[in-house]
Design a binder for this molecule. Structure first.
Ligand code: UD1
Ligand code: CA
Length: 447
């Protein structure tokens, strides 16, 4: 049997943030979600999260994760104290306990798999992940023999100068034999620089402790401050871009673009500089996005171009051209071969095949048919100050420049709206509608 416990009760003092450290976001997911995902392959029988600082907020944020047990640590008296809190919850449990620090978010699932299988093979009481770091400052130092047997871990701040020369560091990821750990946990003491109970002290108390050195030290980066957060973000972004380049996506200037893990791309997509994709974006083949665009939870068909634009929670068909300077907002559904031009905002509206909104328009709460031509400056006036109302425009209709369509209003098919009209009444199929003052011309006015 395997149980996984994530240590997530600390405040993260060095972050200087109102947000608990484990809820800090990294490429669109919180640190703790990433840590939990790294143990995902193992299908553990139990998953426990130790919470303390702002426990309610952490629990609430993770309430979508099924089968996660929350264990409260109050007050937070160190990582050893945190694991002591598991004793009632794991009473009668037998098997391995995998302990993961909640602030080590770049671990690969394969590395965790390797740790657990090495632990099972060797029969040690604990096997922990280590790394040799160019700059080990701040990390606990691991003292081990050439066969991989660990004698003790000493925290950076408790090391003397000579001990600090040891660059073998503790990653904060351990696979314990739970029965063995249970016997030493109550014996921990606070005899250290921080006056806390250290989980790392159990290593010297157990009969056999082994370590597994990771091949890629980047994986075990711990996050204690904003600089380390930024370094991890950069590493994660590079991983994501490398992955998608291997899958056939072109980045013109990779370092200037960011992605979230939940994005997916078809083939021959080109991402131009300074383009950012957040949330769950799905991008079809041959799209060209950027330069300078932001997409969030956007779905694009194939052959779409998005230039200097923002697309959020919107769905775009095939062969659509968007921008420059367009804004697609939630529930905009753009049909195939549409054109959304400069300074156009579309919200909660459906546009049929081939419809064009080329310049300076607001389309909100509307349904436009196929091949509609929306004239420059056309506005759907959807809000009466209290409620939102819908505008419907039939196939092949045209609105003149500067039309205002006051909703609720239905414009039929093949309608022409004269430029400068304010339309407040429904217009039947095939009609011309004019809603503006007649032009008055007074000759010789200048005298
Ligand atoms: C810890 C390790 C150190 C290791 C490093 C790797 C100890 C004593 N030291 O140090 O050897 O090199 O991680 O990143 O374990 N937490 C609780 N309750 C507490 C205190 C902490 O749940 O009372 C949680 C934190 O939320 C965090 C994790 O434990 O997710 C690690 O705590 P942190 O204070 O960051 O430990 P480090 O000083 O980084
Ligand atoms: Ca840490």
């Amino acid at each position: 049997m395997l149980a996984v416990a994530v240590l997530a009760a600390g405040k993260g003092t060095r972050m200087k943030s109102a947000l608990p450290k484990v809820l800090q976001p990294l490429a669109g997911a919180t640190l703790v979600e990433r840590v939990l995902a790294s143990a995902g392959n193992l299908q553990p029988e139990r998953r426990l999260l130790i919470v303390g600082h702002q426990a309610e907020r952490v629990e609430q944020q993770l309430s979508h994760l099924h089968g996660l047990e929350f264990v409260l640590q109050q007050p937070q008296n160190g990582t050893g104290h945190a694991v002591q809190q598991l004793m009632p919850a794991l009473k009668g449990f037998s098997g391995e306990l995998l302990v993961l620090n909640g602030d080590v978010p770049l671990l690969r699932a394969e590395t965790i798999d390797q740790l657990v299988s090495q632990h099972r093979r060797s029969g040690a009481d604990v096997t922990l992940l280590t790394a040799r770091l160019a700059d080990p400052s701040g990390y606990g130092r691991v003292f081990a023999d050439p066969e991989g047997r660990v004698s003790e871990i000493i925290e950076h701040r408790d090391c003397n100068e000579e001990q600090r020369q040891n660059d073998l560091t503790n990653a904060g990821i351990y696979c314990f034999n739970w029965e063995a750990l249970m016997t030493v946990l109550p014996k921990l003491s606070t005899d250290n620089d921080q006056g806390e109970l250290y989980l790392t002290d159990t290593v010297a108390m157990l009969d056999t402790a082994m370590h597994l050195e990771v091949s890629d030290p980047d994986e075990v980066n711990g996050i204690n401050n904003r600089q380390q957060l930024a370094q991890c973000e950069a590493l994660l972004q590079q991983r994501l871009r490398d992955h998608w380049m291997a899958e056939g996506v072109t980045f013109i200037d990779p370092a200037s673009c960011t992605l979230s893990e939940a994005c997916s791309f078809g083939q021959d997509v080109v991402i131009e500089p300074q383009t950012h994709l957040r949330g769950r974006c799905q991008i079809g083949d041959n799209c060209r996005i950027g330069p300078g665009s932001l997409l969030e939870d956007a779905e694009l068909g194939c052959d779409v171009t998005v230039l200097q634009s923002v697309v959020r929670e919107a769905k775009v068909g095939n062969g659509v051209a968007i921008g420059p300077f367009a804004h697609l907002r939630p529930s905009a559904v753009i049909g195939d071969q549409c054109r959304i031009g400069n300074f156009v905002e579309v919200k909660k509206s459906e546009l049929g095949y081939g419809t064009k909104v080329n310049h300076l328009s607001y389309i909100g709460d509307a349904q436009l048919g196929t091949n509609v031509n929306v004239g420059a400056g056309t506005i759907t006036a959807n809000y009466d100050g209290v409620n939102k109302h819908r505008t419907i425009i039939g196939d092949e209709s045209k609105t003149g420049a500067n039309s205002v369509l006051v909703a609720p209003v239905t414009i039929g098919a093949k309608v022409t709206i004269g430029a400068g009209s304010t339309i407040t009444k429904d217009v039947p199929n095939g009609a011309l509608a004019l809603g503006r003052a007649k032009q008055l011309v007074k000759e010789n006015w200048a005298g």
